[in-house]
Every structure is written in C-alpha cells, then in structure tokens.
Design a protein around this ligand. Structure first.
Ligand SMILES: NC(=O)c1ccc[n+]([C@@H]2O[C@H](COP(=O)([O-])OP(=O)(O)OC[C@H]3O[C@@H](n4cnc5c(N)ncnc54)[C@H](O)[C@@H]3O)[C@@H](O)[C@H]2O)c1
Ligand SMILES: [Zn+2]
Length: 363
C-alpha cells in the first residue's frame, strides 16, 4: 500500500515493518528510544524488534498503561530517562502504543531539548485511526484532558493491523466508534461498508480509509481554526458523558462508548436543528445502539453534563458549539445550541433506547 502524505510526513501502512526498517536505516538518527506501556512492551514491541534485527543501538522507556498516567509526572519520568540514556538533539523517540503513549510521547519529544524527532507506531484501533494522526500531542492535568500540549508532527507514522490481534475486544469496539464517525461526517459509502464488516473485521483497508478522511481534514486545517472541528462530531456530548462517568468512581466508560452515545444525541440535534433526515437519524441510532448498547442517563445527571459542556472551547455567548450532520457523509461546524435544545437530545436518547428495550445495559 502506498503511504499517505500528511503535513510534511508520511503515514505508512506497513504490516511487516519493512518500510519502518527502511525508513530507520535511511534516517540520520544518533540513537533510537522506544516508548511503550506495560501492555505494548509485551504484545507489540517484540514484533517490531524481530523485524529490525540490525537495530542494536536503542533503549526502551516503559510507562504504566492507562489514561491516569498521561500526566506531567510520567512526562518528567520520560524526560529523565532520555537524559540518563544520553539522548541528544538527533535522537529519535518511537512511540509504540495506544493514544496515551502517542500523546505523551509526542509531547515529551516535542519539548525535550526544545524538540527531538519522534515516530508513532499506533497499536490500538483508536490510535491507528485517530490519535496518531494530525499532530496533536498532550497530557492531562487533574482529569482535564489534553489541557497542556503542542501541535507537533511526527517524522512518520507506521500502521500495522497485526497489533490488533492482542487488543482487548472492548478497546477494539471503542476505537471503531471513530471509524463510524469518519463515515458519518465524510463518506456515506464507507459508512455503509463498515456496517457490513463490524469492529472485528476492521483490517488495513478500513483503517486506511479512516486515516485518509482524518488526514484530508487535518492537512487542510492543522490548527483547528475551522474545518477540523467536524472531527468533533459526537464529542461535545460524548466528552461530557465521558467526564461525568470518569468522576463517578468505578463507572468509567471508554472514549468510544461515550462517543457512540454522543453521536446519537448529536444526530438528533442534526435532525432537529440542521438538515439530517429522520430516516437517517433512525437508522444510525439503531445501528449505534446495536453495537454499543445504551448508557443510563438519569435526569439528575443531565445538568452536571451540561456544566461539563460549558467548559468546551467551542462555546460562544453562552451557547454550546456543535458540529452537526448535514446528511450522512457531510458535516457542518459552528452550530450553536442552548441547554434546552441539548436536554431534548438526552430525552431522544432515552426514549429510543427504551423503545429498543436496551436501556441501561452499560454503566
Ligand atoms: N492526539 C490526538 O489527536 C488524539 C485523538 C484521539 C484520542 N487521543 C488520546 O488517545 C487516548 C486514548 O487512546 P487509546 O484508546 O489507544 O488508549 P490507551 O493508549 O490507553 O490504550 C488502551 C489500552 O490498550 C492497551 N493496548 C494498546 N495497544 C495494544 C495492543 N496492540 N495489544 C494489547 N493491548 C494494547 C494499552 O496498554 C491500554 O491499556 C486518550 O488519551 C485520548 O485523549 C488523542
Ligand atoms: Zn474521539
């Protein structure tokens, strides 16, 4: 498969790591560092190292797996290890992991000695179709996600679907929500195709189309001044649901699970306040409920979730900014709605879930 060109770097589809090997051999890197987490060091790094028998001058930096570790303390740990291992301005950091590793690794590299080069080798479905592409790096501070970060592009991204064999099924299905989102915002035929294959069959061709869609958007608008906002479809409500459940200990949802609920609510808003047809709303709600089940959105939760949305960067004059579907396959950004309108979308979510008899199957 031909690589895709992004903002000054290429995204390679490289199941056997031959292109990675070639790229590293041609590079002028003084030393290579792999950043992994406790899962990817076991399941993913050995596959890469096996394919690079010639690479001997490297060190491994491992962080504990989990979003709670995408923080400044772990970042300091990475900086210190780079120092201890003698990293210089010509060193390369290779991030091998899900979005946590590519985000914190990209951030650590972008800031160490005012910036060393890095490569992303995303190993979760979510990181392959989303987090590793587009040049956003970052860490969380006290549960505020990605509040400190940079726009910094990697030297390259290498995507291999062999990693997905060891990924937990719940993580795989969660990542698939971003693929569904890409179809909904940009490509109706692709949206139809992914429904017939399902999360388990998301191989190279499906992943590539998703990366193409994200890449087309971010290359046109790298700093999110306009068009890039369409990638936030489902995320205004989705992030509020995710944050709410994160704060209720023991009830946390994966990002894609919250996003699926957010897409149903925002599809309703797209029907009520934009131009999505009722038929498309019904179809996509039924599909998302069938894959993701439903979340209990109790009335007492709703105002708390509205409060989370108040902090959203896209808000203007007290109204919440949304990206809404024009139709399946097309999306408009900068659509502003008030609390009452948002609450109606929660009511739609609950009514539809109960009509489908799948209420409260999650959380
Ligand atoms: N920078 C961006 O543009 C962007 C976009 C979307 C998401 N993100 C970020 O991505 C993060 C979420 O990414 P994620 O869902 O990949 O989470 P993650 O990195 O926590 O990975 C999920 C889990 O899967 C494990 N894992 C990853 N690959 C594996 C494999 N091949 N085999 C076995 N286990 C594996 C990880 O160790 C982890 O336990 C969030 O922090 C989010 O903010 C960033
Ligand atoms: Zn997302």
């Amino acid at each position: 498969m031909q690589p895709l060109a992004s903002n000054g770097y290429s995204v390679f589809f490289d199941n056997d790591f031959a292109q990675l090997s070639d790229f590293l051999q041609k590079g002028d890197y003084s030393k290579v560092f792999f950043l992994t987490d406790t899962n990817t060091s076991v399941h993913c790094l050995p596959l890469i190292n096996e394919a690079l028998p010639w690479l001997t001058n490297f060190d491994i930096i491992e962080i504990d797996a989990g979003e709670e570790n995408k923080n400044i303390d772990y970042c300091i740990g990475i900086w210190k290890m780079l120092l201890d291992f003698g990293a210089d301005r010509k060193s390369l950091l290779i991030n091998v992991g899900g979005g946590v590793v590519t985000d914190i690794g990209g951030f650590a590299a972008a800031t160490f000695k005012r910036g060393i080069r890095f490569i992303n080798i995303p190993t979760s479905l979510l990181a392959q179709v989303d987090a590793s592409i587009g040049g956003k790096t970052g860490i969380d501070i006290s549960n505020i996600k990605n509040i400190v970060g940079t726009f910094s592009t990697p030297d390259a991204v290498f995507i291999s679907d062999v990693f997905l064999a060891s990924l937990d099924r719940r993580q795989l299905v969660s990542g698939f929500a971003e693929i569904i989102k890409h179809g909904l915002i940009a490509d109706e035929a692709y949206y139809k195709e992914i429904q017939s294959c399902g999360p388990e069959a998301a191989g190279s061709a499906i992943i590539r189309r998703s990366v193409e869609i994200k890449n087309e958007v971010v290359t046109q608008d790298p700093h999110e001044s306009g068009l890039r906002k369409i990638l936030n479809f489902g995320h205004t409500v989705g992030h509020a649901i995710e944050a709410f459940f994160l704060d209720r200990k023991g009830k946390s949802l994966l990002h894609g699970e919250a996003l699926a609920a957010g897409m149903i609510c925002e599809a309703y808003l797209s029907y009520k306040h934009h131009t999505l047809s009722h038929e498309d709303l019904s179809q996509l709600s039924a599909y998302l409920f069938s894959v993701y089940g439903s979340i209990s959105l109790l009335p007492e939760y709703e105002h708390v979730m509205l409060d989370y949305m108040k902090n959203d960067k896209k808000n203007v004059n007290g109204q919440t900014g949304f990206s809404l579907l024009k139709r399946v396959g097309a999306c408009d950004y900068n659509q502003y709605l008030n609390d009452e309108q948002i609450l109606e979308s929660f009511a739609y979510y609950k009514q539809t879930a109960s009509a489908m008899k799948i209420a409260g199957s999650k959380s």
